[in-house]
Design a protein. Structure first.
Length: 95
C-alpha cells in the first residue's frame, strides 16, 4: 500500500448543503442563487429548493438571492475535510 502524503488530505473538500425556503409559508424556493463570496462557487436551487456545494476548510459567506425575496448573507465555516455542514436558509418576500 502506498503512503498518503499529508498535503493530499488537505485538498479533500467539505460540503455545505441545505434548503432555501420561504419564511412565510415554509415552501422551498425554486431558482434561488447561492453564491460563495470571494470564490467562483455558486449553485442554483431546483424544484426542491436544495443546494449542495463542495468547499475546502475555511470560513465563507453565502450570498443568497431569489426573485421577489430580500437577499441574505449567511456565514459558514468548514472545519474539517469530508465534513457535511447542513445550512438551511430562509428568505423573506419583498413587500
Amino acid at each position: 500500500m502506498l503512503p498518503i502524503e499529508e498535503n493530499m488530505l488537505t485538498i479533500l473538500p467539505g460540503f455545505v448543503k441545505g434548503v432555501v425556503y420561504d419564511t412565510t409559508i415554509n415552501n422551498p424556493i425554486v431558482g434561488a442563487e447561492i453564491i460563495v463570496l470571494d470564490t467562483s462557487a455558486f449553485f442554483t436551487t431546483g424544484n426542491d429548493g436544495e443546494y449542495f456545494i463542495k468547499l475546502p476548510i475555511d470560513s465563507y459567506v453565502l450570498h443568497v438571492e431569489a426573485d421577489g425575496y430580500q437577499p441574505k448573507e449567511v456565514e459558514i465555516t468548514i472545519t474539517q475535510n469530508d465534513q457535511w455542514l447542513i445550512q438551511d436558509i430562509e428568505l423573506q418576500k419583498i413587500s
